[in-house]
Ligand binder design. Sequence first.
Ligand SMILES: *Cc1c(COP(=O)(O)O)cnc(C)c1O
Length: 421
Amino acid sequence: MDLQTLALHTGYEKDSQGTMVVPIYQTTAYEFRDVEHAANLFALKELGNIYTRLNNPTTDVFEKRFAELEGGEAAIATSSGMSAIFFAIANSAEAGDNIICAKQLYGGTLTQTAHTLKRFGIEARFFDVHKPEDIESLVDDKTKVIFFESLTNPSIDVADIEAIVKVANRYNILTVVDNTVATPVLCRPMEFGVDITVHSASKYTTGQGLAIGGILVERKGLKDKLLNNPRYVHFNEPDESYHGLVYTDLDLPPFTLRARLSLLRDFGCVVSPFNSWLFIQGIETFALRMKEHSKNALALAEFLESHPKVKKVNYPGLKSNANYKNAQKYFENGACSGLLSFEVDTLEEATKIVNATKLYSLVVNIGDSKSIITHPASTTHQQLNEEELKACGVPSGLIRISCGLESSKDLIADMKQALEA
Ligand SMILES: *Cc1c(COP(=O)(O)O)cnc(C)c1O
């Protein structure tokens, strides 16, 4: 079935009331039939609801539906995109191990990997996402994850997914892709061999800036890669915290199973049933929205490229863009989502433009139905000096746009008056 159809139906069996909308199961716990039933659930002899920190029927629909859209086997929802990323890494690596990350990363992912996880004994090594050939020299026996974004935020680069997966598979290392900006509508990394994807559901999944959440998806057949793989002994040896359970012994997707039984149990970064419900509503229009976001962004990018005040436009859908080829290969119909950036001469000029727009809200978010404008040099990258800004690809005249669902005619007209104000 097509993604648009799956987005409306997968994972939900109507209850006895025939409820058309997936109900919000707003509950902390669930009654067991009897002691034996309870014991069976805890021993995984029978699968079912125990406690909402571990599972919830509303969240279950969100997970099943999202896994299907992504072409994966199973998914686990979390309280935020950042906790989904943490789960992907913490489920693979422990103190003394290392991970290899693209340096073009979301700010929070950069601080989590480079600084916070370091204090837990996990070292992050970085490569340029456009140089997969540099990964090999960073790999050793303790490398557990190769992590990158399919469409990077905020630098707007497109990864050569197959080239990176090829290096990872040579060493039997797990690949994790943050697919937040591309979304399963435009890009399905598992079709190119990626093992795990993570998403911030707070962006295009909710689609209207309604709630914070995250989700991690495991590809079909990942068990074969984990089974007896010396890098991942914790999937092949008894887990003492779960009375000797060996995750690869069961006929269940092992990565999400361990993330649930161990990480969700012990760290508790669980999504609320109400937020899962909001994500389910967002998913119903996911495919329609991503087409419009992409169309609007391309129209705005083309306008900006033709404007004399604009030095450079970064949008992978433009033929002039260095990422154009990868975008054509990896994205559905070459549609490139709603994120673009452009450069004007000076900080002063950028400030003037941002202040003069009326339709674009000055917000540090992306993936909202309302268009968003940000000036990284004065906000997210404020602590850096002119030299440092240049080095990380954020010139002081750079403006980032998350194109919303307004009419592209109005978006272009407002940008034009701001540029010429
Ligand atoms: C926003 C974002 C995150 C973090 O997600 P939260 O839901 O805000 O925790 C991670 N990766 C990317 C690419 C993002 O845009």
